[in-house]
Design a protein around this ligand. Structure first.
Ligand SMILES: Cc1cc2nc3c(=O)[nH]c(=O)nc-3n(C[C@H](O)[C@H](O)[C@H](O)COP(=O)(O)O)c2cc1C
Length: 196
């Protein structure tokens, strides 16, 4: 049974209503924030398709994100290995009106910056024609490393929107930049983008 989406209220701007949002989630401790992010996007009326990397699935389950997004979560290229059914990364890339990758791990940033596509998340990135928004999340020394900063600069030079990472308490116990931008702020950024 399909329950129709609620129309937006004053507090749920229409900018995201019926928008097709791909959400890529990679393997950071901040992956748990993908759950409230999906919830906010769905509340705003967006159609959300979640893609998890294998590492991300250890942090947040497909069951949680699939329930919140009301769609099966995609975790790999193959849908059913026995029958040869697969998830079409090209179609997914063309379907999306925005591709949000949050959290974006150091590893995933490196793949995307260098055109590597060992998983569905990164293969869809290469096929996507829509705007891409990335929310890096990692420990402060990883975030400050020149390799990561160069990857971020390179991704920006491709026209991707890479959010600055806020400073604050990190899961490691250290404090500094490396936190994922909060889900509410990511939604605000998307609304601002679509409102123009
Ligand atoms: C407990 C734990 C927390 C981690 N947190 C992060 C993180 O916040 N950011 C990050 O870039 N990598 C983090 N990693 C390492 C990534 O999970 C690892 O590099 C992984 O290969 C990323 O794969 P993916 O980019 O395909 O999701 C963490 C690993 C563990 C075990």
């Amino acid at each position: 049974m399909t329950i129709p989406q609620q129309p937006p209220t004053d507090k749920q701007p229409a900018a995201l209503l019926n928008r097709r949002i791909l959400l890529g989630v990679s393997g950071s401790i901040a992956a748990y924030k993908a759950a409230p992010l999906v919830r906010l996007l769905v509340q705003a009326g967006a159609e959300v398709q979640v893609i998890l990397t294998e590492a991300a699935a250890a942090f947040v389950t497909p069951l949680t994100l699939g329930t919140l997004s009301k769609k099966p979560v995609l975790t790999g290229f193959l849908r059913d290995a026995a029958s040869g059914q697969w998830h079409n990364h090209v179609e997914l890339g063309l379907w999306a009106e925005a591709y949000v990758i949050a959290p974006a791990s150091a590893n995933t940033l490196g793949q995307l910056a260098n055109g590597l596509c060992p998983n569905l998340l990164s293969a869809v990135y290469l096929s996507a024609r829509c705007p891409v928004f990335l929310a890096p999340a990692m420990d402060l020394d990883m975030y400050a490393h020149p390799a990561v900063q160069q990857n971020i600069a390179r991704l920006r030079s491709f026209g991707n929107h890479v959010f600055d990472s806020p400073s604050g308490a990190l899961a490691s116990g250290l404090s500094g930049p490396g936190r994922m931008l909060e889900p509410e702020q990511i939604v605000t950024e998307l609304i601002t983008f679509f409102v123009g």
